[in-house]
Write a protein that binds this ligand. Structure first.
Ligand code: SF4
Ligand code: SF4
Length: 381
């Protein structure tokens, strides 16, 4: 296992990390063993955004005995109310949920105290300058959290986080689908402007974010590196081709400032497939030929979350609806996190009035009105 410094936190984290989201799908003992096995393979960073007691207990028990050898990303504002995940800045729920996390993880501290999931300006405003952010600072001042981080999918929010100066790292969604923008339809030129290992072709706003993070020494840990598994299957990949885990891990690890890719595992096979990155040849890791060989045709009708279809007269965030719809539609059961994030959108897809003004602006021929109907039906709102 190789280790990288997570920006200004100074922590040396394993370049392959552990996203714990799916651990609760299995019997507790089985999942505990998976966490323990990951440790034997050199993985030392694990994300616990999950508020449910089972997930937290699995991680706490999985790292017990070597707590000081793990770095835990623990989220502040992810709460468990009436058996469901609720994201909130309401201190009546935030404080007990974080205290529960501390108790279940063990050791009396959390390495990376994450400002949980902020994707919009409204969310940002609801968190900053409030008791919520004062609580985050209080935890940091007392050493209960050792560093302050944030989780977001939105490069604009990530940029604002970097500019605060006190947010030391970001858990950010990185993969070729999220990064790719329709600035060019010629995929052969997607990587024009490579400098060393850093490919061009990324949306300028995202590329600027990665550079800013590197410049300000704000480390990035990666979520959704496999796009929820979608990029591993040609049928669901927006590029029309399947990538391998080493290719996708390599993609993320070649972005500036990225220190660790926290893949979500719930089976030994998935974990082994990610760990294969450590022994993969340069050829096996190389994602560029595959990406360059795809054609725009392969992506026609598939949303790349570029946002070019806005504005919507009903104020629907079309790219976000599509993103959550795609994440949910791949699963047998909609994950609580995806449902909750979708339901937090204001408005949701059910507000679509079918004007289709968005469709003429979509460079990828997405049938947006139909997808809004499908999303509304799938989520029930
Ligand atoms: S078709 Fe629906 S999503 Fe598209 S602009 Fe009209 S109301 Fe918005
Ligand atoms: S529907 Fe089209 S324009 Fe809108 S985010 Fe998706 S790909 Fe981009």
């Amino acid at each position: 296992m190789k280790y990288r410094m997570l920006g200004k936190t100074g922590l040396m984290v394993s370049e392959i990390g552990f996203g714990g989201e799916w651990l609760q799908r299995h019997p507790e003992e089985e999942s505990i063993q998976l966490v323990q096995y990951a440790h034997t393979q050199g993985i030392n960073i694990i994300d616990c955004w999950m508020p449910d007691p089972k997930s937290r207990d699995i991680i706490g028990k999985g790292i017990a005995g070597c707590r000081d050898q793990w770095f835990v990303q623990g989220h502040i504002g992810s709460t468990w109310q009436n058996g469901q995940y609720v994201r909130t800045r309401d201190m009546r729920f935030v404080r007990p949920a974080f205290e529960d996390l501390l108790a279940r993880i063990g050791g009396g501290y959390i390495d990376l105290g994450m400002i949980h999931y902020i994707d919009s300006q409204d969310d940002w405003d609801a968190a900053m300058g409030t008791d919520y952010i004062r609580y985050v600072h209080e935890l940091r001042d007392k050493g209960i959290i050792r560093h302050i981080g944030i989780s977001t999918h939105n490069p604009r929010i990530a940029r604002m986080a970097v500019e605060t100066g006190f947010i030391e790292m970001i858990l950010f969604s990185v993969n070729p689908a999220f990064d790719t923008r329709p600035a060019t339809e010629d995929m052969d030129s997607l990587f024009a402007g490579w400098e060393g290992k850093r490919p061009g072709g990324v949306d300028p706003e995202r590329a600027a974010l990665y550079r800013l993070c590197e410049e300000k020494d704000v480390g990035i840990t990666v979520m959704k590196g496999f796009f929820g598994g979608r990029l591993l299957d040609a049928e669901t990949s927006p590029f029309g081709v399947a990538f391998t885990p080493p290719q996708l891990i390599h993609y993320s690890l070649t972005r500036p400032a990225v220190a660790s890719v926290l893949c979500g595992y719930d089976t030994m096979e998935q974990l082994t497939a990610a760990l294969a990155y450590e022994t993969a040849s340069d050829e096996e890791k190389d994602f560029a030929p595959l990406l360059a060989s795809t054609s725009l045709q392969a992506r026609i009708g598939q949303c790349t979350y570029c946002g070019h279809c806005q504005p919507c007269p009903m104020n629907i965030d079309i790219a976000m609806v599509n993103k959550f719809y795609d994440l949910a539609a791949q699963q047998e059961h909609i994950p609580d996190s995806v449902r909750s994030h979708y339901e937090a959108l204001r408005p949701t897809a059910s507000a679509c009035v079918g004007c289709r003004s968005c469709e003429s602006r979509c460079p990828f021929g997405v049938g947006i009105h139909e997808r809004m109907k499908k999303a509304a039906a799938l989520f029930g709102v």
